[in-house]
Design a protein around this ligand. Structure first.
Ligand code: XUL
Ligand code: CO
Length: 438
């Protein structure tokens, strides 16, 4: 029987350049164009997210599903999962997405029987492996959904009931096995309910220690079974819990350092999570890059007015250019890629909508990457920023940086020197550089 085609009116998406009027073409994303020494495709390592694109039905707390998927019709879990994989790989290849990401329960429905779940994931990962071999698309990262099942309502690794912690461990073991089989570059932990709703009923210190123990055991298992990739923690401050322990990049770094996990873990940063934490994505990326922890990105955007995770597709070129400046200067993502953790709107119901969304996102990143590279090579950006710190490159400033001046030495210098000059920070000058190169 020949395989069904799910996006039959949609052709292969190609690069046509900025003069193209074709909405189903790339205007900026030219995968083989070399930027800063390597093809765009290698800097960006784009991935499609299984959960939003092939499972997200458009349902919201006020209404029923609006996205009716032709791959979700069969009665058996196995039949639906294979149809979904066929649709996903058709989509990924048509869009030239080299990677994908999934949670265990996105790939195939789970039930309450752990042994049966292991069997199901093995079965579908065999099928996904076959699809990978046929298409050349590979797994960017795998993960386990430890937040949707009702048993996780009080947390997974941080649940006060040990029997839930063990269930979570089983799910992680199976998801790691699938990630290894599919040659995944990474494995993500997003602690959707690893936090609290009320501090009154929570022993925070104990829960965090449990989370660290869980991560150590998961890492040891994966390494012992041949996983060579990177583990990622994905920070998010809240939602669904009131407070999540992996609040933001800086908090996660402190946690990883405290529990001796820095060698194996990096950060997977998400735009909308950054803004929920009261930061910009640029801030989160810079914190990670400064600590050699910039692992992977979940690409999306929030809404300027709404205070929740709207997971819209990225389209803000200014923001992305600033992000690509950090990415290029840090030498690139450590072990990860750019995963579109974004969903089309509930009322975007044409099959083309999913393509428009990804084309827009990929083009926005590509354009930002080119602009950032030009800024670094052609503009005064780097020199102007370095100039602000020139007083530390020689003399007393250098001695201070090298730890050679005591507090009393500094005091003597202060007493013997004139009032510092008024030196402009020139923020607007810097902002104009960004706009000039977009
Ligand atoms: C939720 C979120 C997750 C993680 C993977 O906000 O971002 O989809 O990326 O569990
Ligand atoms: Co995410």
């Amino acid at each position: 029987m020949s395989q069904a085609v799910y996006f039959k009116n949609i052709p292969q998406i190609n690069f046509e350049g900025t003069t193209s009027d074709n909405p189903l073409a790339f205007r900026w994303y030219d995968e083989s164009r070399v930027v800063a020494g390597k093809p765009m495709k290698e800097w960006l390592r784009f991935a499609g997210a299984y959960w939003h694109s092939f499972c997200g039905t458009g349902a919201d707390p006020f209404g029923a599903p609006t996205h009716e998927f032709p791959w979700d019709k069969k009665t058996s879990a196995e039949g639906r999962a294979k149809d979904k994989a066929d649709a996903a790989f058709e989509f990924l290849t048509k869009l030239r997405l080299p990677f994908y990401c999934f949670h265990d329960v996105d790939a195939i429905d789970y039930c309450d029987d752990m042994a049966e779940n292991e069997r199901r994931l093995q079965l579908i990962s065999d099928y996904l492996l076959q699809k990978q071999q046929e298409t050349g698309v590979t797994l960017l990262w795998g993960t386990a959904n430890l937040f949707s099942n009702k048993r996780y309502m009080n947390g997974a690794a941080t649940n006060p009931d040990f029997s839930v912690v063990a269930k979570a461990a089983a799910q992680v073991q199976f998801a790691i096995d699938a990630t290894i089989k599919l040659n995944g570059s990474g494995y993500v932990f997003w602690g959707g309910r690893e936090g609290y709703m009320s501090l009154l009923n929570t022993d925070m210190k104990r829960e965090k220690a449990h989370m660290a123990m869980f991560l150590h055991k998961a890492k040891d298992y994966a390494r012992a079974n041949g996983f060579k990739g990177t583990f990622f923690i994905e920070p998010k401050p809240c939602e669904p819990t009131k407070h999540q322990y992996d609040y933001n990049a800086e908090t996660v770094l402190g946690f990883l350092r405290q529990y001796d996990l820095l060698d194996d873990f990096k950060l997977n940063l998400e735009f909308n999570h950054a803004t929920l934490a009261g930061h910009t994505m640029q801030h989160e990326m810079q914190v990670a890059a400064d600590n050699d922890m910039l692992g992977s990105l979940d690409a999306n955007r929030g809404d300027m007015q709404n205070g929740w995770d709207t997971d819209q597709f990225p389209n803000n070129i200014n923001e992305l250019t600033e992000c690509m400046l950090i990415l290029l200067q840090s030498g690139g993502l450590k072990g990860g890629g750019i995963n579109f953790d974004a969903k089309i709107r509930r009322n975007s119901t044409d099959p083309e909508d999913l393509f428009y969304a990804h084309i827009g996102g990929m083009d926005a990143f590509a354009r930002a990457l080119i602009a950032a590279d030009n800024i670094l090579n052609q503009s005064s950006f780097k020199n102007k920023r370095a100039e602000r710190y020139q007083s530390f490159t020689h003399g007393n400033g250098k001695d201070f940086e090298d730890g050679k001046l005591s507090l009393t030495d500094l005091t003597q210098l202060a007493i013997n020197s004139e009032e510092p000059k008024t030196i402009s920070g020139q923020q607007e000058y810097f902002e104009n550089i960004i706009n000039r190169y977009i």
